[in-house]
Ligand binder design. Structure first.
Ligand SMILES: C[S@@+](CC[C@H](N)C(=O)[O-])C[C@H]1O[C@@H](n2cnc3c(N)ncnc32)[C@H](O)[C@@H]1O
Length: 322
C-alpha cells in the first residue's frame, strides 16, 4: 500500500464520521454578513488556517479549490462569486465529495443567497488536476500539500501553476515545521496523513513554491499550530509546528530571484527628500515602505545610518516595493 492510500482511507473515515479534533484551526472561522455556516462544516474544518483573504477577492474571478473537505472554504469563496460553477472544488475521496455535496445542500437551506450549483464538485487528484491549462484566476489548498512527499509536492505545485492564468494567485494554508522532522515520524503514514509529520521547514516550503515558477509570494500569517512533544513522538526535543498562510503569484521570476514579502518595512529618514536604491525603489523620506526580503537584505547591506529596516513579522499586509 502506498502512503496516498493511507491518506485516502483517513479522509474517507473523516467524511463518514466528522472528527472535530482531527485538525486544529489556528484562527477563528471568518464569518461574513448573511453567511451562515452549517455546524457540520465547522466540525469538518480540517484546515489549519484560512485561504480566504476577503480583501483580495473579485466576484468575477474563477476559483479552483483543491481538497474540498467539508466544504467550508469553498462556501466562503462562493459567497464572493455567487455564480453557477464559479468555484470548482476537487477532491480525490468519493465519500468526501458526497459529504461536501450534502453540506452544500444544507448551506443552501440556511443561506438565501447560495445555490449548490455555485460550486462545481469534481472528483480528481491534486497530482493530475482535471482542469485546463491557464483557466483559473485563483487556486487554493488548505492542509493538503504538507501531506505529500517531495516528488508529489513538486507535482502538486506545478499542477497549480499550470492551471492558473498568468498573474493568477495560489492561496495556501499549511503546517510548516520549525525544526526538521525526523525520519521515523516522516515515515509514519498515518501521522503524515493527519498533517503532523510531512511538514517542511519555512525556507524549504517557500523554495518549492518558487521552484514551481511563482515569482512573488506574500506571507500573510504564521502562527503556532501544534507541538510534537518529545515523550509522545520519541524525540530528543519538542518540535513546534506552525501554520503558514501565503499567496503566491504566477508572475515571472525576476532575474535576481523571487520577491518574497515577509512583513519587513523600510524607512528612509535622511537629508534628501527621496532615496533611490538603484534597483527600482524610490523611498520617500519618512514614509514606511513594505519591502520584499530581497530588498530588505539589499538595504541592510548598505549599512546606512539613515535607513531603518524592521524585522520580519510574517504577517504581510499589502503595499510594497516590487
Ligand atoms: C486535511 S483535509 C483538508 C480539507 C479542507 N481543505 C479544509 O481545510 O477543511 C485534506 C483534503 O484533501 C483531500 N485529498 C486527499 N488526497 C487528495 C488528493 N491527492 N487530491 C485531492 N484531494 C485530496 C481529502 O479527501 C480531504 O478532503
Amino acid at each position: 500500500m502506498n502512503y496516498l492510500d493511507t491518506v485516502q482511507e483517513l479522509y474517507k473515515t473523516a467524511a463518514l464520521s466528522p472528527q472535530a479534533s482531527l485538525c486544529c484551526v489556528t484562527s477563528k472561522t471568518r464569518y461574513l454578513p448573511e453567511l451562515v455556516i452549517p455546524d457540520v462544516m465547522e466540525e469538518m474544518n480540517y484546515g489549519c488556517g484560512t485561504t480566504v483573504h476577503f480583501g483580495d477577492l473579485n466576484p468575477m474571478e474563477n476559483i479552483l479549490y483543491i481538497g474540498v473537505g467539508g466544504g467550508l472554504e469553498a462556501l466562503q469563496f462562493a459567497y464572493f462569486t455567487r455564480r453557477p460553477q464559479a468555484v470548482i472544488a476537487v477532491d480525490k475521496v468519493p465519500e468526501m465529495m458526497d459529504k461536501a455535496a450534502n453540506n452544500f445542500k444544507l448551506a443552501a437551506e440556511i443561506n438565501h443567497w447560495f445555490k449548490p450549483d455555485f460550486i462545481k464538485l469534481i472528483q480528481g487528484d491534486a497530482l493530475d488536476l482535471p482542469v485546463e491549462d491557464e483557466s483559473v484566476d485563483v487556486a487554493a489548498q488548505n492542509c493538503l500539500f504538507n501531506i505529500f512527499k517531495e516528488g508529489d509536492l513538486n507535482r502538486a505545485l506545478s499542477e497549480m501553476h499550470r492551471v492558473l492564468k498568468p498573474g493568477g494567485r495560489l492561496y495556501i494554508s499549511d503546517p510548516i515545521a520549525t525544526k526538521p522532522i525526523p525520519e521515523h515520524l516522516r515515515k509514519d503514514e498515518r501521522l503524515r496523513a493527519m498533517c503532523l509529520s510531512g511538514a517542511l521547514m519555512y525556507q524549504e516550503y517557500v523554495d518549492k513554491i518558487v521552484c514551481a515558477g511563482f515569482g512573488m509570494i506574500e506571507i500573510r500569517a504564521k502562527r503556532p499550530y501544534r507541538i510534537l512533544d518529545k515523550q509522545r513522538y520519541s524525540l530528543n526535543e519538542n518540535i513546534l509546528l506552525e501554520s503558514i498562510e501565503l499567496v503566491a503569484y504566477k508572475n515571472p521570476i525576476p532575474v535576481d530571484g523571487a520577491c518574497v514579502f515577509i512583513g519587513e518595512t523600510a524607512i528612509y529618514y535622511g537629508a534628501e527628500e527621496t532615496f533611490d536604491d538603484g534597483k527600482g525603489h524610490l523611498m520617500k523620506r519618512d514614509i514606511p515602505l513594505a519591502v520584499c526580503h530581497k530588498t530588505a537584505e539589499n538595504l541592510r547591506a548598505l549599512n546606512r545610518n539613515d535607513i531603518f529596516v524592521t524585522e520580519a513579522t510574517y504577517h504581510y499586509n499589502g503595499g510594497g516595493c516590487c
